[in-house]
Design a protein around this ligand. Structure first.
Ligand code: ADP
Ligand code: MG
Length: 148
């Protein structure tokens, strides 16, 4: 099991880590993003989109669950399941075509839909530590069920 820890001290650094992931990710990869409100999940996601050469604005799709971006290097499926009531809603939006397709999936609040996560994915946890400063974030990336 591979675990990678990065510490950032500004939104820009978190964004740049996302850019790096967006530049190097491969078709079919799924990333989950766990962390409290305001921790930087959207900042990170915007970096990933940039790394995928997506030029449309990316925000939290809180009211739509899924936002698709098809004009980048790879199709990008951005899920935010914060307001999901039941996992069946994921079936209704056709998540399987995304999780098992040739694009990149990023799922915010994936802990709410744990039972339908694929066997292999990258779990990203973003945490604050106020003792290290207001803008400090610890970002842990763990490969689950891998390597492929
Ligand atoms: P989330 O999507 O997790 O609710 P956002 O990405 O929308 O959070 O917001 C994160 C906020 O925290 C932004 O206002 C950002 O400027 C701020 N911030 C401060 N330091 C950092 C950091 N190291 N990484 C990411 N965001 C940071
Ligand atoms: Mg957000």
């Amino acid at each position: 099991m591979t675990v990678n820890v990065t510490e950032t001290y500004s939104p820009e650094e978190t964004y740049e880590l996302g850019v790096k992931i967006g530049q190097t990710c491969k078709p079919g990869q799924v990333f989950t993003l766990i962390g409290d409100l305001g921790v930087g999940k959207t900042v990170f996601t915007q970096g990933v989109a940039k790394g995928l050469e997506i030029d449309e604005p990316v925000n939290s799709p809180t009211f739509t669950i899924l936002q698709e971006y098809t004009r980048g290097r790879l199709p990008f499926y951005h899920f935010d399941v914060y307001r999901i009531g039941d996992v069946e809603e994921m079936d209704e939006i056709g998540y399987e075509d995304c999780f098992y397709g040739q694009g990149i999936c990023l799922v915010e609040w994936a802990n709410l839909i744990e039972e339908i996560l694929p066997e292999h994915y990258y779990k990203i946890v973003i945490e604050k530590d106020l003792e290290k400063g207001f803008d400090y974030r610890k970002i842990t990336i763990e490969e689950i069920g891998g390597p492929l």
